[in-house]
Design a protein around this ligand. Structure first.
Ligand SMILES: C[S@@+](CC[C@H](N)C(=O)[O-])C[C@H]1O[C@@H](n2cnc3c(N)ncnc32)[C@H](O)[C@@H]1O
Length: 274
């Protein structure tokens, strides 16, 4: 089996088939990311070549849904990149505080850890009662987990450390109840989070918001698609609104570079000018 011989054309035909049959559009995801996931799934399923893969994706819905899960990388953490959350507290919250109500969009929220982190910060700053957090993803399994707000106890040591490094001053354990191997996030954190299935590639603007976090998502998209999604964000943000990207993501190669100022260059936090 020589998976590495799989050509760009074969992969694009596979993605076209996925789009035509299931409506999920991965045609402009980064080639390297898609190639890795295709080769991995072919090896796991013992498939000889990509034409077998295409036929299985089209005929076997269970296999197709596993493959779709493969394409969505849901790795996340609470208070991921503590320096980012510290900057959010110091540089973004003073701006958000000036609004009578605050709408925040987590685009690509995976299993929700990022949205719970935000709810904790807004609660600590006394802003949560006037905040709505829209947390969206196109992966329904990840969203279902997010809604439950049940996470593994084994992660809490790391999350507590992230929280403290991000400037958190409370006892992190006051935000959840332990239940054997799991923890359940407090109901008070969930109350203003709206979880919704939204596809950044095929769905449109659904609200006007003051802050967008889309971290570690665009890294999987090619430049053209990044530009398209940046247009969606630009159209969703109020003037003076804030956009937060992941540590390896930026605006430089998009049409929107000039439309923002850098609020914190290192932490990839941008403010919409006009
Ligand atoms: C690596 S996770 C990032 C989670 C979180 N933002 C963080 O930084 O920890 C990437 C998420 O983007 C989601 N995603 C990928 N393509 C998407 C699309 N077209 N529309 C919506 N979400 C998408 C995936 O399902 C996954 O949950």
């Amino acid at each position: 089996m020589k998976y590495n011989d799989t050509s760009e054309l074969e992969i694009s035909l596979l993605l076209e088939a996925v789009f035509q049959k299931y409506g999920y559009d991965f045609r402009q995801y980064s080639e390297a990311h898609i190639r890795r996931r295709v080769i991995n799934r072919m090896a796991m399923a013992g498939l000889e070549d990509i034409s077998q893969m295409q036929s299985k994706v089209l005929k076997d819905e269970l296999f197709a849904s596993e493959f779709l899960q493969d394409l969505s990388i849901t790795v996340t953490e609470m208070f991921r990149d503590s320096g980012f959350y510290r900057s959010l507290r110091e540089n973004v919250l003073p701006i958000l505080k000036t609004y009578p109500f605050i709408k925040i969009w987590h685009a690509g929220c995976a299993s929700g850890e990022e949205a719970y982190s935000m709810a904790i910060i807004m609660q600590e700053e006394g802003l949560y009662d006037r905040t709505t957090i829209y947390a969206t993803d196109f992966n329904q399994q990840a969203l279902n987990k997010a809604k439950e707000g049940i996470f593994s106890n084994s992660m809490m040591k790391e999350y507590t450390s992230n929280y403290q490094l991000s400037g958190g001053k409370e006892s992190f354990s006051s935000y959840y109840t332990s239940n054997y191997d799991n923890v359940i996030m407090n109901q008070s954190l969930k109350k203003n989070i709206v979880w919704a299935n939204h596809n950044l590639v095929t769905d449109s603007v659904f609200a006007e918001v003051h802050l967008i976090l889309c971290r570690n998502v665009l890294i999987y998209f090619n430049r053209n698609l990044q530009n398209k999604v940046q247009k969606l964000f630009y159209n969703s943000l109020i003037n003076g609104g804030i956009l937060c990207l992941g540590s390896k993501e930026g605006l430089r190669f998009t049409d929107f570079y000039e439309a923002y100022t850098e609020l914190d260059k290192k932490q990839r936090i941008f403010k919409k000018k006009y």
